[in-house]
Ligand binder design. Sequence first.
Ligand SMILES: Nc1ncnc2c1ncn2[C@@H]1O[C@H](COP(=O)(O)OP(=O)(O)O)[C@@H](O)[C@H]1O
Ligand SMILES: [Mg+2]
Length: 259
Amino acid sequence: MENALLALEHVSKTFDIGKGKTLEAVKDVSLQVFPGKSLGIVGESGCGKSTIARMITGLIPVSEGSITLNGKKISGLKGRDQREVYRDIQMVFQDPYSAISPRMPVGTFLEEGLVYFGIMNRAQAGEEADRLLRMVDLDPVLKERLPHQLSGGQLQRVVIARAISIHPRLVILDEATSALDVSVQKQILHLLVRLQKEFRLTYLFIGHDLAVVRSICDRICVMKAGRVMEQLPAEDLEKNAVHPYTRQLLGAVFSVRDI
Ligand SMILES: Nc1ncnc2c1ncn2[C@@H]1O[C@H](COP(=O)(O)OP(=O)(O)O)[C@@H](O)[C@H]1O
Ligand SMILES: [Mg+2]
C-alpha cells in the first residue's frame, strides 16, 4: 500500500479557557489520509473537527502528538518552513464570502496565489484565471465581478478553484458545502468528485452530516467529544458500523427522510 500523505499520531489539543481551567478539544487522535483518496471526518458540532484542521495547517499548535505530511513532520514548524506547508495544504471553509476581500474582483483573487507563489507572472495568471473558472464550470466573464455579485455556490466554486490552482498536496474542506442549499450542495459535491478524479486530489472532508460526508469519501472517521469512535470504509456503512454513535448518525440520516 502507498504511504500515507498525511498522518496524525496521538494528536491532542488542550485549550486554556482561563481561571486555570482547560478544555480537551481533541484527545489522542490518530488518522491517515492516502494520496488521491478522501477521508471524511464526521461528528456533531463541537466534537473537535475544525480544531484538527487548524492543527494540520499550523494555525494552532498541537498539545501532544505529531503530524506528518509525506513522512515529514510538520507540527511544530515555524516561520518560512511553516509557510511552505501552507502552500501544500489548502483549506476551503463554510463561508466563501469570508475567504475573499469584499472589494477584490474574483479574477484578482484567482491570480493572487499563482503570482504569490511564483508559479507564473501576472499576465499569465490572468489567462490562467479564465481556465480556472471554466474548470469549475463558471463563465470567465465573472472575473470582473466582486464577491457579493456571485451566489454562494458560484463563489464557493471560485474558492475551490483558487485552492487547487497552486497544486496543493492536500485539500481540507471544512463544512465546505454545509451552508449551501441542498441542490447547490449536490452540484459542488459532484464538482469535487470530478476534480479529484481529474487531478488525483487528496481530500480531508470535514462535516457534521454523515450523508454528505459519505457521498464523497472512501473512508470515514467518526468523532465524538474530541475522540475518534471508529474509522471505516464509506461503503456499506450500514453493515460495517460497529459503534453505537455511528449507528445513531446513520439513524439521523434516515429520520430526516421519514419526516
Ligand atoms: N481557541 C479556543 N479556545 C477555547 N476553546 C476552543 C477554541 N477553539 C475551539 N474550542 C472548543 O473546542 C471544542 C471543539 O471545537 P471545534 O473543533 O471548532 O468543533 P467542530 O469543528 O467539530 O464543531 C469546542 O468545545 C470549542 O468550543
Ligand atoms: Mg467546525
